[in-house]
Write a protein that binds this ligand. Structure first.
Ligand code: ARG
Length: 474
């Protein structure tokens, strides 16, 4: 008989069992489910809702069940629907009828919300750690490329030269905001819904705060209807994850471009590329492409969850069982991508000469010629026209600005002198952007220093929160 079989007169249709069961995927929550039960049963005894010796028997039994599941020795069945009822059934098989006291004052509705939060908070700390590793790899490349100049692009057209270090630091900043979002969301995830019961609370004199403290939560989700029925913390995670993978996808696209023969700016390490089954010469940036591709499923999981929740009446509805697979999938996808990206970036060879050649062979110093004229009091709008004419002349003559003689320059404007050659050199052009956040070397060095300080703060955050989520594992 099913754990809830009392009011039924016949067994469930097999297809219904198969269709409604969640055990195939929520078995991932097994250890969190048991952690939650251990805290719950301890509270039941403390509040004298069940005798202490029963609680001790249940505790021992739960630990045996935990070990059996870990070792793959426990049979988890669709007939028992989900991880919660499977664990309860295994417990009763292990210790007998007294195991049936575990579920006193509790529902699967508050139990599942608890398990989701325990899983998510744990994974958030791992994600922040993985993001930190990636930031460190980017910083390493930034420091090694403080003199590497490449064209900066707008509309994928060469625009103005920038330091490769500056380009790397742009990504460090993006991932810093991702860390900020994930770590900020932790405090909303880290609240205990247990004690909400099925929807209205319970008649037993439970102590919700005691359970919350046992499980290292920062507090409880107070309103019982809210506690069992909202999954905004899942949506928030899926949304934060979407932003992170969007950043990874943009970096992926750049790696794909840069490693093409057309750009030839970087060479990804062999260990992070794959070959072609037919074309022996091929070396493909598959990891970057696949991360770019997987961005689609991560966005899809967000849309799926938002759509599932839309229009659901409170409190729990079976629809909400759909919260798990998308969350697990996004988590695994993101963890996998981040774990690969850090070493791939760290081992990437930067082809400094090719980057420099691309800067020398273009007009990315044209703005600087205009700014030069402005410094000699020509209004910017007029300077823009003059430089436009110089560029047109160069294109017709198949030359770049630095190929022009002083006489050539002066035929366009009397204001131009010998010092123009230094002003237009790529290094001067870069270092002239000497404003906060600009690409001048000293400004990029400032960015690096600040980013490193913030990484130290992230490290401290990880340490504190690892402790919080690990207490249960000891
Ligand atoms: N397997 C269910 C889920 O994941 C657990 C909660 C079910 N509650 C219920 N009353 N059917 O959502």
């Amino acid at each position: 008989m099913k754990l809830w079989g009392g009011r039924f007169t016949k067994p469930t249709n097999e297809l219904v069992d198969e269709y409604t069961a969640s055990i195939s995927f929520d078995k991932k929550l097994a250890q969190y489910d048991i952690q939650g039960s251990l805290a719950h049963v301890e509270m039941l005894a403390k509040c004298e809702i069940i005798p202490t010796e029963d609680a001790e028997t249940i505790e021992k039994g739960l630990k045996v069940v935990a070990e059996k599941i870990k070792a793959g020795e426990a049979e988890l069945t669709e007939a028992n629907e989900d991880i919660h009822m499977n664990v309860e059934k295994l417990l009763i098989d292990e210790i007998g009828a007294v195991g049936g006291k575990l579920h006193t004052g509790r529902s699967r509705n508050d139990q599942v919300a608890l398990d989701m939060r325990l899983y998510l908070r744990d994974s958030l700390v791992t994600l922040v750690e993985l993001l930190k590793n990636l930031q460190e790899a980017l910083l390493k490349q930034a420091k090694a490329n403080l003199d590497t100049i490449l064209p900066g692009y707008t509309h994928l057209q060469r625009a103005q030269p920038v330091l490769f270090a500056h380009h790397m630091m742009a990504y460090v900043s993006m991932f810093e905001r991702d860390v900020e979002r994930l770590s900020d969301s932790f405090k909303r995830v880290n609240r205990s819904p247990l004690g909400a019961g099925a929807l209205a609370g319970t008649t037993f004199p439970i102590d919700r705060h005691y359970v919350a403290e046992k499980l290292n939560f920062d507090g409880v989700v107070e309103n019982s209807l809210d506690a069992v029925s909202d999954r905004d913390f899942v949506v928030e995670f899926l949304s934060n994850a979407s932003l992170t993978i969007m950043h990874l996808s943009r970096l992926s696209e750049e790696l794909v471009q840069w490693s093409s023969a057309e750009f030839n700016f970087v060479e990804l390490d062999d260990a992070f590329c794959t070959g072609s089954s037919m074309m022996p010469q091929k070396k493909n940036p598959d990891v970057a492409e696949l991360v770019r591709g997987k961005t689609g499923r991560v966005y899809g999981n967000l849309m799926g969850m938002l759509t599932t929740l839309k229009g659901l009446p409170i409190a729990y509805n079976k629809d909400m069982q759909e919260d798990k697979e998308g969350m697990f999938d996004t988590m695994e996808t993101l963890k996998g991508a981040l774990a690969l990206f850090a070493p791939m970036i760290e081992t990437m060879e930067v082809k400094k000469e090719n980057m420099y050649a691309a800067v020398a062979e273009d007009f990315s110093n044209a703005t600087d010629l205009a700014d030069y004229l402005v410094n000699k009091d020509l209004p910017f709008r007029e300077a823009h026209v003059v430089v436009g004419q110089v560029v047109l002349h160069c294109i017709q003559e198949n030359k770049y600005l630095l190929d022009l003689s002083l006489a050539d320059f002066q035929s366009f404007s009397e204001l131009i002198n010998e010092d123009i050659y230094d002003v237009l050199s790529p290094k001067s052009v870069v270092n002239a952007r000497d404003v906060v956040g600009g690409t001048a070397k000293n400004r990029v060095e400032d960015q690096i220093e600040q980013a490193e300080n913030r990484l130290t703060e992230t490290g401290a955050w990880i340490e504190i929160h690892e402790e919080k989520v690990n207490v249960l594992k000891k």
